[in-house]
Ligand binder design. Structure first.
Ligand code: MD3
Ligand code: FE
Length: 219
């Protein structure tokens, strides 16, 4: 057996279990999914998440659909909860076409429980982080990008590991299974005006929408 090398978990520079479908959704499917997202936002308006302790706002705004939603605020920190932080209402259900994507691409028996909706305005980004608030640590995350192109970055299990970047265009689906699920990742920037998908009369200033489907409990 060969000595383990630092790059053993990398295929073409990307971690194993990292799958990109660059044009999974055609324009019609993107528009239909956008309508689903507008309905989610009507029921569960986006709020401004804040870092634990410091209270520093994240540059994205967020909402969720599904029985659980990921959130963060100054007092409570990172967590999943069943209610919207401002209205106290349950999150709306995950739209059927998102469940379909999970079934088609997720390769996981249990249904998703949370769909985090991240809204990016010009200048918004997401620092390198690992998603580790889920009890179902081995379940994949399935991500859908809508609207402006993002420069996405993914590294390894350690923050110091080398990273690779790729652009995610509207309609891209990314599946994070296996080792990739535990890798540092983030969004360095978006390219404002690269897509006309997000209606500015309905979502002023919002340029990109990212949806991440997650299994939270072990079922
Ligand atoms: C790699 N969202 O919501 S999606 C997040 O574009 C998040 O809004 C980014 O990172 C966005 O947590 C990236 C792709 C993604 C999602 C989850 C992952 C990549 C991931 C979990 C583990 C590893
Ligand atoms: Fe993440």
């Amino acid at each position: 057996m060969a000595m383990a090398q630092p790059a053993d978990n990398l295929a073409g520079g990307f971690p194993s279990g990292f799958k990109v479908l660059p044009a999974a959704l055609d324009e019609e499917e993107q528009a239909a999914l956008l309508d689903d997202v507008l309905a989610v936002l009507a029921a569960a308006p986006a709020y401004q998440p804040r870092m634990p302790k410091s209270g520093q706002p994240l540059s994205v705004t967020m909402t969720n659909c599904g029985p659980l939603g990921w959130m963060t605020d100054q007092a409570g920190g990172y967590r999943y909860q069943a209610q919207h932080p401002e209205s106290g209402q349950p999150w709306p259900p995950i739209p059927a076409r998102l469940i379909d994507l999970w079934v088609r691409h997720g390769d996981w028996a249990d249904p998703p429980e949370a769909c985090l909706v991240n809204l990016y305005r010009a200048g918004a980004k997401m620092g390198l982080h690992v998603d580790q608030d889920e009890e179902a640590v081995d379940a994949p995350v399935v991500s859908v990008s809508l609207g402006d192109t993002a420069l996405f970055r993914i590294g390894g299990a350690q923050r110091r590991d080398p990273t690779r970047s790729l652009k995610l265009h509207s309609g891209a689906v990314v599946v994070l299974g296996g080792a990739a699920r535990h890798c540092y990742h983030g969004v360095d920037r978006i390219y404002p005006g690269s897509s006309g998908l997000v209606p500015q009369d309905k979502l002023p200033g919002v340029r990109r929408i990212n949806l991440t489907l997650r299994r939270v409990t072990r079922g």
